[in-house]
Design a protein around this ligand. Structure first.
Ligand SMILES: *Cc1c(COP(=O)(O)O)cnc(C)c1O
Length: 431
């Protein structure tokens, strides 16, 4: 199995965190997002404890909640002592509604509107990761009107290609995010920020990409950022309190993806940061990481019911399910890979191969192609693994399809965390 929280029981049913997925599909209906809360907590504790043990004082993981955003997840993050990385006013409202400690949040985004800035200041977000000079100016004015000093980080593009998929790669120079270091714009940006009386530059932020399976690209980014900090100390007398290196640790979507030992990679990253600080003669800044996918990815499984099974002789087979790009748009967006199983016959051998497709009116509404399966029939349950990240948060109501519920699994018990959308929900905005 792809993860240790997945197994097959005596009935041949797929289990997640020990719970029978077929029984849960029958209880809650499909499509259904299942999330293994025990696994989410394990992942959170791992980041929290390793960063505390092997990184400078004050180091902390922030849950990148764009990976998955609902109130229950903020409550879990709060209980486990994490902060949160927020990228929109909607995410800020969700964190607030969950009673999250807003001083432990960092507000990101390449185009925060004036309204976003006001809302974030009202909410008391801990840090703004300021992306550009226009935002800097708008935030300075808003903070001045309130007579406060807002803590900020500066979003820097270090110019690193972590060799991931281009569309989810944000650290290279050609990026809509941040100010570039190699072009000198980052330095100009720092000087502008340092001159703002109502903003306090606490440190720097970079995020180089996603699905990274080694500490090395993050250590490369740390080296570039620390070198920049050392130059700022010498030329500007600036001492950074925080180095935020963003998120990006990878998860396994298929057995072709490597198994990543987060614990070991975090230790290595910590050691490397220590070594770099010594080399540059810098006081060690607190390290912030923003794991999203690596906290929730392997906790999620999506369940569907099979509708039709169609064979086009000499061409291919299609298996249609009762969800699709509305609950998981990642294949149609960028060809993301997934492992697909028949949940109610998880131990049967795969004698069939098919494109698993959704029910939207789009030929591109595909969950995965060339999927080996035991030949399914109408009424079977299909499971897509590793859907905890960027599935629910990217879901839409295309074709007026209601979004599925989220059920959390903890200590062998299941509970509804987000209820299924109703047709009344879909109609509520129409006047
Ligand atoms: C997307 C993003 C993250 C989270 O990335 P993961 O790959 O899910 O860990 C963290 N920080 C920033 C700024 C991001 O844009």
């Amino acid at each position: 199995m792809l993860y240790s929280n997945l197994a097959v029981n005596e009935k041949g049913h797929l289990t997640l965190g020990g719970a029978d997925t077929v029984a849960l599909a029958k209880k809650y209906g499909t499509p259904l997002y299942l999330m293994d809360e025990d696994r989410i907590r394990e992942n959170m504790r791992l980041f929290r404890d390793e960063m505390k043990a092997h990184m400078p004082e004050g180091s902390l993981p922030l849950l990148a909640c764009k990976a998955c955003c609902f109130k229950g997840l903020f409550r879990i993050a709060e209980e486990e002592g994490l902060g949160a990385d927020l990228v929109s006013a909607g995410e800020i409202c969700t964190a607030q509604a969950a009673g999250f400690s807003m001083e432990k949040t960092c507000f990101h985004g390449n185009n925060k509107t004036d309204a976003d800035i006001e809302l974030a200041l009202d909410a008391g977000v801990g840090y703004f990761a300021v992306d550009n000079p226009e935002e800097l100016e708008a935030l300075e004015q808003a903070a001045a009107r309130r007579g406060i000093t807002q803590k900020i980080l500066l979003r820097i593009t270090p110019g690193i290609d972590p060799h991931t998929h281009k569309k989810i790669n944000t650290g290279i120079l050609d990026s809509k995010f941040g100010e570039a270091l190699p072009t000198g714009q980052a330095l100009t940006f720092f000087d502008l920020a340092a001159a703002k009386p109502h903003l306090s530059v606490e440190g720097m932020h970079s995020h180089i990409g996603s699905q990274i399976f080694s500490y090395q690209p993050l250590a490369d980014a740390a080296e570039i950022m620390l070198e920049f900090l050392s130059m700022l100390r010498e030329s500007r007398g600036f001492e950074a309190k925080i180095l935020n290196l963003g998120g990006g640790f990878g998860v396994r979507y298929t057995d072709r993806d490597p198994v990543m030992n987060y614990r070991e990679e975090l230790r290595r990253l910590g050691r490397e940061i220590d070594r770099l600080c010594d080399r540059f003669g810098l006081r060690r800044p607190a390290v912030i990481l923003e794991p999203g996918r690596s906290i929730v990815g392997d906790a999620g499984v999506t369940l569907y019911t099979v509708g039709s099974v169609k064979t086009i002789p000499g061409v291919k087979n299609y298996v249609s399910v009762d969800g699709g790009m509305t609950d998981n748009p990642r294949y149609s967006l960028y060809g993301a890979e997934y492992t697909v199983l028949l949940a109610n016959r998880a131990d049967a051998s795969a004698d069939f191969s098919a494109s698993v497709v959704g029910r939207c009116c789009e030929s591109g509404d595909i969950i995965q192609e060339n999927v080996p399966l035991p030949k399914p029939q109408r009424g079977d349950f299909l499971a897509v693994l590793t859907t905890g990240a960027y599935n629910y948060s990217m879901a839409s109501n295309y074709n007026r399809i209601p979004r599925p519920p989220i059920v959390l699994l903890r200590d062998g018990r299941d509970r509804l965390a987000v209820r299924r959308e109703t047709f009344a929900d879909l109609l509520q905005y129409d006047l």
